[in-house]
Design a protein around this ligand. Structure first.
Ligand SMILES: C[S@@+](CC[C@H](N)C(=O)[O-])C[C@H]1O[C@@H](n2cnc3c(N)ncnc32)[C@H](O)[C@@H]1O
Length: 270
């Protein structure tokens, strides 16, 4: 399903991610050369929650150019990645070929994946920087439910809704906690990796509260297994406001227990 009211936002975002992809590919943030030598881009948060993936099928939503999808395959999974950026999918296929992994990549909006006829998986996985690009979590959660086998598991590891309240460089509150389906429009320069200084963009994103997220998952029929919060981010996303901590990165002047990332694991009933 794709609500026609959203199509102009999706078009703008798709253009943005097409433009970001070659910049990200060339960045030290994604370090493609290093990844080719040692193909594991997953962090310990998701690795621990995913456990043993041998003989497991996994659908990776919003896979960008596939580093995590390929990492999942290296852990033994039969991995399928989807993303709506054709540039991202082209680069993902190139990386998959270069590494000789057996991932399959499809270009699709998350809301349209039913038309791909992918069937059902042991796992659906999505991570860092995913649901802020999605206006409607109830539809998203239903799509996840439909793509899981009975007993299958869903894992999301993403940036915390409290972090999405803030301007990351100043640590000041800058956004609504929940935008209830209304997009936030921003004009930006650059991207979160190095090398994108010249990129000018218009982007649309949506903030979702923890209760909206959990309610959408429960309403779909999924069973909540665990919710964890982490007082660090594995990625250095905070520009001048960033400080390195023992486990990752945090923002200067925020309380030590501030949550940067959450992980939610669910199962589909048998
Ligand atoms: C921050 S990246 C996600 C990175 C991810 N954690 C990974 O595994 O590399 C966000 C991705 O979401 C994709 N995206 C954004 N909105 C989407 C949508 N509606 N449908 C499909 N993909 C979307 C973008 O193209 C981009 O590749």
């Amino acid at each position: 399903m794709e609500n026609s009211n959203w199509s102009s936002y999706f078009d703008a975002n798709q253009k943005l991610w097409d433009a970001k992809t070659p910049i990200h590919w060339a960045s030290s943030f994604y370090d493609v050369e290093g990844f080719i030598k040692k193909p594991n881009s997953l962090n310990s948060i998701e690795t621990k929650l995913l456990g043993d993936l041998h003989h497991q099928s996994i659908l990776h939503l919003q896979c960008h150019f596939g580093q995590d999808t390929i990492s999942l395959a290296k852990l033994g999974a039969k991995a399928v990645g989807i993303d709506f950026s054709s540039e991202a999918i082209d680069h993902a296929r190139k990386l998959n070929e270069e590494l000789g992994t057996d991932c399959t990549f499809f270009e699709s909006n998350v809301y349209n994946i039913a038309s791909l006829g992918l069937g059902q998986f042991d796992w659906v996985f999505t991570s860092y920087g995913s649901i802020c690009w999605l206006p409607d979590l109830e539809t998203w959660a239903r799509i996840i439910f439909n793509h899981l086998k009975p007993g299958g598991k869903f894992l999301i590891v993403d940036l915390h809704p409290l972090l999405h309240l803030l301007d990351w460089t100043t640590a000041q509150i800058a956004y609504e906690y929940d935008t209830y389906g209304q997009p936030i429009r921003e004009e930006n320069q650059g991207t979160y990796t190095d090398g994108g200084e010249c990129l000018k963009s218009v982007e649309y994103f949506w903030n979702h509260s923890m209760s909206s997220l959990i309610s959408a998952l429960l309403k779909s029929g999924l069973i909540l297994e665990s919710l964890d919060e982490f007082n660090y981010c594995p990625y250095d996303l905070f520009g001048d406001g960033s400080i390195a901590t023992e486990s990752g990165f945090a923002i200067k002047n925020l309380p030590k227990s501030f949550p940067y990332v959450y992980a939610i694991a669910c199962t589909k009933p048998l």
